[in-house]
Design a protein. Structure first.
Length: 88
């Protein structure tokens, strides 16, 4: 048995860490608080949430545009031979 490690044939792309989801949550919480406490809180929260959502969508479209269009498959997706039932 040889200890050969094959190179990955498909790559997984993960987004960069971001504070934007937390800012959206903060903005929506401020909008909700503005309904009950003082309306300027709601206005500031709406602005923060809107700007954060726009930046998230722009960042996502930038990430998607940088991805390769096609990946070369070097391994079979499904097993070439169906699994055998264990003999009793």
């Amino acid at each position: 048995m040889t200890d050969e490690t094959q190179e990955a044939s498909e790559l997984v792309y993960v987004p960069e860490p971001s504070w934007l989801p937390a800012l959206v949550a903060f903005g929506l919480a401020a909008v909700l608080a503005g309904l009950f406490v003082w309306w300027p809180y709601g206005v500031v929260g709406a602005i923060v949430a809107f700007v954060s959502i726009v930046r998230m969508f722009r960042g996502t479209s930038d990430d998607v545009s940088r991805l390769p269009r096609r990946q070369k498959l070097t391994t079979a997706v499904l097993p070439a031979v169906p699994p055998r039932k264990p003999s009793a």
